[in-house]
Design a protein around this ligand. Structure first.
Ligand code: KG4
Ligand code: ZN
Length: 331
């Protein structure tokens, strides 16, 4: 009889639950969004995020099982995000998973959120061809990695300060757009002209990134303005700078490391210009572009469930990334 994994993701501001098969087929995916709560504060309010998770997690788990047409008896294991993330939010997922695991007599496996994003590209169909260069661009992280298999990963370079998603969100806030700023800036940028020459920090410095200077440059530009900004033009200029940084580093990584595919994952992979420009780059370089469908780019429970299957196959956590400068031990 087919067995399933229940994936639980509660690291930030969405309670996301999914039921997934070993092949990455997604039987159900439930996302209880907190966007409305946090939009009033212009960013994620950790205490409110934790409280909202408490309210939504059990109904979301029940709905995911119901939508999948299964019961807990059909589950092989529960996979749950164990970090990185907001501690109050993580604890809700971890304690709920632990309780259910005990009650249902199922193994509970803690999964690194970033590994979840890496595996999101193989949800519903196997897209990644190894070796692969991975660009992970989320609200909390930005890095490039090289993977020779599902489990072998080498970090090539990460951001020294802010993630690109954070820059999108902060610039969105400066421009008075809603939260999260990423999708709003994406929309506004498509209607504007990139007329403002914002800087491209660390453009030619290896494979590391820096976005805080770009964010500050937008703030300085807005402070110095006499009248109101042309929001669309500021958004277009910011996006042009951010894209040039991301695409230049991807090109460099693809030249330096053997790769059959470029994989772009994390919330910012939903950006329309990133998708277009990554596609053009891959056509030029003769590599395949692997992009998860939009619904798997942002946080979801299915990516955590798929990463849990890797763990079950190996009987242990996949190999750690030794030089990863993130607050995680095994990745
Ligand atoms: O991966 P994710 O859902 O959560 C984290 O793990 O952080 O990423 C959320 C980030 C936010 O910064 C959000 O603004 C950004 O993804 N984002 C976008 C777009 N959609 C979401 N950024 C740019 N363009 C978009 N269309
Ligand atoms: Zn994420």
């Amino acid at each position: 009889m087919a067995k399933y994994i229940l994936g639980i993701e509660s690291s930030c501001d969405d309670t996301a639950i999914a039921v997934v098969t070993e092949q990455g087929e997604v039987l159900s995916s439930v996302i209880a969004s907190q966007a409305e709560i946090h939009s009033q504060h212009g960013g994620v309010f950790p205490e409110l995020a934790g409280r909202a998770h408490v309210q939504s997690i059990l109904p979301a788990i029940e709905k995911a099982l119901r939508d999948a047409g299964i019961t807990h008896e059909d589950l092989e294991a529960i996979g749950v995000t164990r970090g990185p993330g907001l501690i109050g939010s993580l604890l809700v997922g971890l304690t709920s998973a632990s309780g259910l695991g005990l009650g249902w007599d199922l193994p509970v496996i803690g999964i690194n959120h970033l590994r979840g994003h890496l595996r999101s590209a193989d949800l519903e169909e196997q897209r990644v061809k190894y070796p692969a260069v991975i660009l992970l661009v989320s609200g909390g992280h930005t890095f490039l990695a090289h993977m020779t298999s599902v489990t072998e990963i080498e970090l090539l370079g990460s951001t020294r300060d802010d993630s690109v998603g954070e820059a999108f969100d902060k610039v969105g806030r400066m421009l008075g757009l809603g939260f999260p700023g990423g999708p709003e800036i994406d929309r506004a940028a498509r209607q504007g002209q990139a007329t403002i020459p914002f800087p491209r920090p660390m453009l030619h410095k290896g494979l590391e990134f820096s976005f805080s200077g770009l964010k500050s440059a937008v703030a300085r530009y807005l402070d110095a303005l006499e009248g109101p900004p042309i929001v669309e033009d500021v958004a277009a200029s910011f996006v042009e700078a951010a894209m040039e940084i991301l695409l230049t580093k991807c090109r460099k990584a693809l030249k330096k490391y053997p790769a059959k595919s470029l994989v772009v994952v994390g919330g910012v992979a939903a950006n329309s210009q990133l998708r277009e420009q990554a596609s053009a780059l891959c056509a030029q370089m003769g590599v395949e572009l692997c992009l998860p469908p939009l619904r798997w780019s942002t946080d979801n429970g299915a990516m955590i469930a798929l990463a849990t299957w890797d763990y079950l196959r190996l009987g242990k956590h996949p190999a750690p990334v030794p030089q990863l400068q993130l607050s995680i031990s095994d990745f």
